[in-house]
Design a protein around this ligand. Structure first.
Ligand code: ATP
Ligand code: MG
Length: 466
């Protein structure tokens, strides 16, 4: 889809020259007929914000990723506004406006409509680092950032040229300070300024580079790519919570598999998620895990691209499942009974993960619930199935179980049985339970025979991904 729009722009747009704009000079003005932004893709609330600010005498533009996405013909997932009004001045103009952040003080303007409330993030133009000199650490990292500047300075502080365009909905004009539109036509992701310096200021920009390249299908410009290879280790200094947020964005981008391949090519995957180390290291013994995770990510990408929601807990549960399975099997091999072995394995898996990037607690409890539910899908007689359906997280556990069936880790007949069970009326459900009793003993990993001998102990699946 993105490629289609780029082709369209290239075909119809003789007005934008393939030249690099002067970094410090006046911006290039790109009129409506040269950018083809479809006004229907604009958020009405974002336009309300720019109009209100402009009517109060300030400058105001839609900025950043929203302009990039609009110019690519895709619907932005959120809208940011940049203005020369200070946060206090912004706050006074809107009924539901909240000042947030310390390092980057911004205003969240909230609109309540029919669906979810929409938050428009409004930030004030920021000064260049030289002006904020005493806010920079010895390592080059930015510490505090509330020094206001001109729009040109604000543009120079942004990360990539395609993320530094300002769109004025009233005039339908884009102001392009760094040749973002030309780079877009060349399908190039280029860091503004000296990439090495910019990555040192904020190492997370390396992960952003990979994410945007995956999302747009653009190539990283030479220096933008080469500096990553040299500076990747700086990610170790980034606080774990920020790293987690960025990894989550990467996995939820709708292009997670491409992004993970990008991380691998850039040599950035080590230490971010233990699982990525396994799956990206192409070893023979990681094949099963690779298959499971690839399927899970393809599934996630598909859902996100078709506008469906994905729970982060579910996603991390899938990413860490192969690791968990390995620990679970090791525990049972040591003689632990099955359910305690599973719970012990969960603790181990989560602890190993926390050594690099800590998964937030609320996601962790979702993961645990999804995992703990898995052996219960194999009990398909008596009151067990109806009780399982009543669990609040049943749907997530069920989807997860279907994924295991799709990779062959679990007998697909079990997944089909549950799909039928959910759809059946009480008589149909009884019939399905009777059918389990007559299943051949190799029909699934759970058999009546095994359950009778050891009611609470269903073994970890033998054929599972490892
Ligand atoms: P998306 O929202 O689709 O993930 P985005 O480009 O809008 O992408 P945001 O994190 O919402 O990303 O940031 C908005 C804008 O702020 C960016 O487009 C960029 O101009 C600027 N920005 C964000 N993070 C950084 C950073 N770490 N360094 C420099 N500029 C940044
Ligand atoms: Mg954004």
């Amino acid at each position: 889809m993105i490629t289609k729009f780029i082709k369209r722009i290239l075909r119809r747009d003789p007005m934008v020259k393939h030249t690099q704009a002067n970094n410090t000079g006046a911006p290039k003005r790109i009129p409506k007929k040269a950018h083809h932004i479809d006004p229907h893709l604009l958020s009405k609330n974002a336009v309300k914000v720019t109009n209100t600010l402009q009517q109060a005498g300030y400058e105001a533009f839609i900025v950043g990723g929203a302009v990039r996405d609009l110019a690519l013909g895709i619907s932005p997932k959120d809208f940011d506004v940049a203005t020369n009004a200070t946060p206090d001045q912004v706050q006074k103009l809107f009924r539901k406006a909240r000042l947030i952040g310390r390092r980057f003080q911004i205003v969240h303007v909230t609109f309540f409509g029919k669906g979810h409330p929409e938050i428009i993030e409004v930030s004030t133009f920021r000064a260049l680092l030289d002006k904020a000199g005493d806010h920079v650490a010895e390592s080059g990292q930015i510490l505090r950032d509330n020094v206001w500047g001109s729009q040109g300075e604000d543009a120079a502080r942004r990360d990539f040229t395609i993320n530094a365009m300002y769109y004025n909905p009233s005039s339908e004009t884009i102001l392009d300070y760094h040749g973002g539109m030309a780079d877009m036509q060349k399908k190039t992701l280029r860091m503004i300024g000296d990439p090495a310096k910019r990555y040192r200021e904020d190492p997370v920009r390396m992960l952003r580079a990979i994410r945007f390249a995956a999302k747009t299908g653009f190539q990283l410009d030479g220096a933008t790519r080469e500096s990553i290879a040299k500076l990747g280790k700086l990610l170790n200094d980034v606080p774990s919570t920020r790293l987690f947020d960025e990894i989550l964005k990467l996995l939820m981008s709708g292009y997670s598999w491409a992004a993970i391949q990008g991380l691998k090519e850039a040599g950035l995957h080590h230490g971010l998620l233990p699982l990525l180390d396994h799956i990206l290291d192409d070893g023979e013994d990681s094949k099963g895990a690779n298959h499971f995770v690839k399927l899970a990510l393809a599934n996630t990408d598909q859902r996100i691209q078709s506008g469906k929601s994905v729970s982060a807990g579910f996603l991390f549960a899938t990413l860490l499942w192969p690791d968990l399975l390995k620990n679970w099997r090791a525990n049972t091999a040591k003689g632990m009974t099955n359910i305690p072995a599973l719970h012990d394995a969960m603790d181990d898996t989560i602890a190993t993960q926390s050594n690099s990037v800590t998964i937030q607690r609320r996601f962790e409890s979702d993961m645990r619930e999804i995992w703990a539910m898995q052996p219960r899908f194999e009990r398909r007689v008596g009151r067990y199935p109806s009780r399982l359906i009543e669990s609040p997280r049943f749907r997530a556990g069920y989807d997860f179980m279907l994924l295991r069936c799709a990779t062959g880790e679990l007998n697909p007949a079990v997944g089909q049985w549950w799909t039928d069970f959910i759809a059946a009326d009480p008589a149909g459900q009884d019939a399905l339970m009777i059918s389990v009793k007559s299943e051949p003993s190799n029909g699934s990993n759970t058999t009546k025979r095994r359950r009778r001998r050891k009611p609470k102990s269903i073994m970890p699946p033998e054929s599972a991904a490892s």
